[in-house]
Design a protein around this ligand. Structure first.
Ligand SMILES: NC(=O)c1ccc[n+]([C@@H]2O[C@H](COP(=O)([O-])OP(=O)(O)OC[C@H]3O[C@@H](n4cnc5c(N)ncnc54)[C@H](OP(=O)(O)O)[C@@H]3O)[C@@H](O)[C@H]2O)c1
Length: 295
């Protein structure tokens, strides 16, 4: 966005964790509109173009879609419409009006096989309907609008929607006998940090695929224990800070297969920013202290 005036921003996903964080970040300094399902329903892709044509914007941030792997597995048609077809139509609208689109995707586009941290141009090989539709959505968006940017993110946390750390803290306040999966690894990532990176990418007129994640890696188990240790230091009445390690295969109630190893390499982002990207643990501590510390 090199234009002198600041871009008018349209955010999709008004009621989602990342969509809300993006709105809070951009609204103070940009003409920003945030739409939820009520304003733009992805399950009605034929109506999307008319609604978008009527709304002025220079940059569209798409944080909406069907984000639950289990829901996608049970409702593959809905997943296809919301994660592939609607983003494609939106990208076509952006291209037609000369606007830029930033479309959020996921580490679940990767197979999860043992691997070095995945690079942006590594081969994708999703193992679930969610991963497949998100991968197909990436391709559809970039084909419809070559100047679009696909931002892959992983294991989000932040104040707008409870996620793994919040859930485990709540459970540890109630019970001491808890477990978490230790053979599935990725990168917990702060929604607030993503907002700052998106602003940098916006000003750099960046396009193509980018991995937007904090540094380091974790399993659901080590992420949960870190959250409990921070909670304990803050003074929350957690009954334990250590969890029994279990394997992903033991979670037989899950409908969708989850990839095991989806740690993403963020050095492309790091090069753009020109400095270290903070470790997920530091970002987690920042978030939990702000959210749970007694004022
Ligand atoms: N959360 C994570 O850990 C994670 C990890 C990797 C990638 N991602 C990606 O990051 C992005 C943001 O994730 P998030 O955690 O912020 O997701 P989220 O909290 O689940 O928000 C997604 C939003 O999409 C909206 N949506 C669903 N179906 C819709 C439809 N038919 N029409 C319009 N809107 C619809 C939902 O609206 P309602 O509120 O009305 O249902 C919800 O507000 C997504 O692209 C996701 O795939 C997330």
């Amino acid at each position: 966005m090199s234009a002198a005036r600041s871009p008018r921003i349209l955010i999709l996903g008004a009621n989602g964790g990342l969509g809300r964080a993006l709105y809070r970040h951009f609204a103070p300094n940009h003409a920003t509109v945030c739409w939820g399902r009520a304003e733009l329903d992805f399950e009605e892709p034929e109506a999307l173009a008319d609604k978008l044509v009527a709304q002025p914007f220079d940059l569209l941030l798409n944080a909406a879609g069907t984000t639950s792997p289990d829901v996608c597995e049970m409702q593959p048609e809905t997943a296809k419409v919301t994660n592939v077809i609607a983003p494609q139509v939106i990208a076509e609208c952006c291209e037609a009006r000369g606007a830029r689109m930033i479309h959020f995707s996921t580490d679940y586009v990767f197979s999860g096989e043992p691997h070095e941290p995945w690079n942006e141009d590594d081969t994708t090989k999703p193992v679930s309907v969610y991963g497949r539709t998100k991968r197909d959505g990436e391709l559809a968006v970039l084909q419809a609008s070559p100047k679009a940017l696909v931002a892959r993110v992983s294991w989000l946390f932040g104040p707008d929607k409870p996620s793994h750390p919040d859930n485990i803290i709540l459970r540890a306040i109630q019970a001491a006998d808890l477990s978490a999966v230790d053979d599935k690894v990725s990168v917990p990532t702060s929604n607030a940090d993503i907002c700052g990176w998106v602003e940098r990418l916006m000003h750099a007129d960046a396009s193509g695929v980018w991995h937007l994640c904090n540094s380091g890696s974790a399993s659901w188990h080590s992420w949960a224990e870190a959250a409990l240790q921070i909670a304990s230091v803050i003074g929350l009445p957690v009954k334990t800070t250590s969890l029994k390690p279990i394997k992903l295969a033991e979670l037989v109630q899950l409908k969708a297969r989850r990839p095991l190893m989806t740690v993403m390499n963020n050095s492309k982002l790091q090069n753009l920013i020109g400095g270290e990207i903070r470790h997920w643990r530091e970002a987690l501590e920042d978030y939990l202290v702000k959210k749970y510390s007694v004022q």
